[in-house]
Design a protein around this ligand. Structure first.
Ligand code: HEM
Length: 198
């Protein structure tokens, strides 16, 4: 009786193992065409789509992604230096601020110029164009705020006290927020609108 029970149990295990193997084989067979379709898809980088630069201006414009890091880094650096120099009132950092701001102003010209050239040679796509217009406008406003902050600092001969200090900091902090937002739009153009979750 005990042997019979063991035999029945083993037979049960064997049949359920067979049923599972069959089910796996069927579902693998179901998926096979989909896997074939996926393997047909080729990944193509933007460079491969656009091919080689069509001329000198197209080539210069393609330097934009390499240059964009400079204004972003100068401006974020300036926020840190100005925070210590103007809010925590450390004299040495206060003097350093105008040099960091000058570096930011210098980095604007090649970045904006290559951006404009890049925009003129981009393949036309309405979705990308909408992102491009926002990216360009935000960057122009950011550049205006940075130039205003630089002019204010020069005009005040680097002496920023009271309300002038507040106006200056508002310009710098506002410009930093804008450059980060604009960079997000730039990244969406390059990597697609859903690259980041927001
Ligand atoms: C001056 C400040 C600017 C900054 C900091 C900036 C920043 C950026 C960033 C971060 C990207 C993404 C690059 C990547 O992820 O590889 C980008 C792309 C781009 N930006 Fe700007 N940008 C600036 C100005 C401009 C201007 C004025 C234009 C003119 C319309 C422009 C046009 C473009 C274009 C067309 C792309 C896409 C590049 C590509 O697909 O190769 N940018 N930018």
């Amino acid at each position: 009786m005990r042997r019979l029970a063991i035999l029945v149990l083993l037979a049960g295990f064997a049949s359920s193992a067979l049923a599972m193997a069959a089910a796996t084989a069927v579902s693998a067979a179901d998926r096979a065409p989909a896997v074939e379709q996926i393997s047909d898809v080729q990944t193509v980088s933007p460079g491969e789509v656009e091919g080689k630069p069509s001329g000198l201006f197209d080539l210069i414009g393609r330097l934009h992604p390499a240059l964009v890091h400079f204004p972003i880094a100068w401006l974020v650096g300036l926020v840190l230096v100005d925070f210590v120099g103007l809010i925590l009132r450390r004299e040495a950092w206060h003097h350093l601020g105008i040099f960091v701001l000058a570096g930011m102003v210098l980095s604007l010209l090649p970045t904006a110029a290559t951006g404009l050239l890049r925009a003129a040679h981009m393949p036309s796509d309405p979705a990308v164009h909408a992102l491009l217009v926002t990216h360009r406008t935000l960057n122009f406003v950011m550049a205006a705020l940075v130039l205003a902050a630089f002019a204010l600092r020069l005009w005040r001969r680097n002496r920023l006290q009271g309300s002038w200090c507040i106006v200056y900091l508002a310009l710098v902090f506002g410009a930093t927020g804008l450059v980060l937002l604009a960079a997000d739009f730039g990244g969406r153009m390059v990597y697609g609108p859903d690259f980041l979750p927001w």
